[in-house]
Design a protein around this ligand. Structure first.
Ligand SMILES: Nc1nc2c(ncn2[C@@H]2O[C@H](COP(=O)(O)OP(=O)(O)OP(=O)(O)O)[C@@H](O)[C@H]2O)c(=O)[nH]1
Ligand SMILES: [Mg+2]
Ligand SMILES: [Zn+2]
Length: 212
C-alpha cells in the first residue's frame, strides 16, 4: 500500500494520486493527513488482529505522527522537518512494535536512507503484468529484454504499445534483482563462476590458436 502523507499540504492531490497510480498499477494508494484526518479510516481499516502494519519511508514523511493518530495517543516522538531543506531529522532511531488496542500491531521504523530489493521476483511479475505477458513472446525464454533479438518487450516499446518509462523501470528492477541473486544465491554464484571459467578457457584457446 502506498500512503501519500501530508495530503493537507498538496496543491493538486488528484494529480499526485494519478501520478502514483500510473507508476504503480494494481497497488492501493491512499492519501492521508494526520492533520485533517483525511484517509485515516482507510489506513485504520488495514489493521487486523493477525496483522502487523509496518510503516516505511524517508525521515520526516510522517510515519510516527500517523501512528500516534491511529493510536489516539502521543506514543511515538515526532519532530519538525528541517526548515532549510525540508528533510527529516531521523527522530525515530529504532524499530518499534506497538500493539493496537483493537488487535494487531503497528511497526514504526527509522526513516530509511535507501531502499533495496529482496526476494522480489514474484513482486516484479505482479507489479509489471503487461511486461510479464509480453515476455512470454520473446524468442529466448531467458530474455533480459535489454538487447536480444526477437524481444517482444523491445518491439512493444517501438510500436508504442508499451510505455517506455514502465519498461525502463522494469529493466532497472530486473537488473537489480539479478545482481542481488548473483551476490546471494549460491547456485547462481556457481553458475556465474563456471561461466566466467568457460569464457576464460575460450579466450585462452583463441589466443593460443592465434599464436600458431
Ligand atoms: N502538514 C502535515 N504535517 C505532518 C503530517 N504528518 C506529519 N507531519 C509533520 O511532519 C514532521 C515529521 O513527522 P514525523 O512523524 O516525525 O516523521 P517520521 O516519518 O516519523 O520521521 P523519522 O522518525 O525521522 O523517520 C512533523 O513536524 C509532523 O508534525 C500531516 O499529515 N500534515
Ligand atoms: Mg518517526
Ligand atoms: Zn525480451
Amino acid at each position: 500500500v502506498v500512503l501519500l502523507t501530508k495530503a493537507d499540504l498538496a496543491e493538486d492531490l488528484a494529480a499526485a494520486l494519478e501520478l502514483i497510480a500510473g507508476v504503480a498499477p494494481g497497488v492501493q494508494v491512499i492519501a492521508v493527513s494526520a492533520i485533517s484526518g483525511l484517509g485515516m479510516d482507510q489506513v485504520a481499516s488495514l489493521a487486523a488482529p493477525d496483522r502487523t502494519l509496518a510503516f516505511l519511508g524517508s525521515s520526516g514523511v510522517g510515519k510516527s505522527t500517523l501512528i500516534n493518530r491511529l493510536l489516539g495517543a502521543q506514543v511515538q516522538a515526532v519532530a519538525e522537518v528541517r526548515a532549510a531543506d525540508e528533510r527529516g531529522r531521523h527522530t525515530t532511531t529504532r524499530r518499534e512494535l506497538i500493539p493496537l488496542p483493537s488487535g494487531g500491531a503497528l511497526l514504526d521504523t527509522p526513516g530509511m536512507r535507501e531502499l533495496g530489493l529482496w526476494d522480489a521476483a514474484e513482486g516484479l511479475a505482479l507489479a509489471f503484468p503487461e511486461v510479464q505477458e509480453l515476455a512470454q513472446r520473446c524468442r529466448f525464454n531467458d530474455c533480459t529484454h535489454e538487447s536480444e533479438p526477437g524481444c517482444a518487450v523491445a518491439e512493444a516499446i517501438t510500436s508504442g504499445a508499451l510505455d517506455a518509462d514502465r519498461a525502463a523501470a522494469f529493466r532497472k528492477l530486473a537488473r537489480e534483482l539479478a545482481a542481488l541473486a548473483a551476490r546471494t544465491d549460491p547456485l547462481e554464484r556457481e553458475r556465474k563462476k563456471s561461466y566466467d571459467k568457460s569464457m576464460e578457457r575460450a579466450l585462452r584457446t583463441r589466443l593460443r590458436d592465434k599464436g600458431r
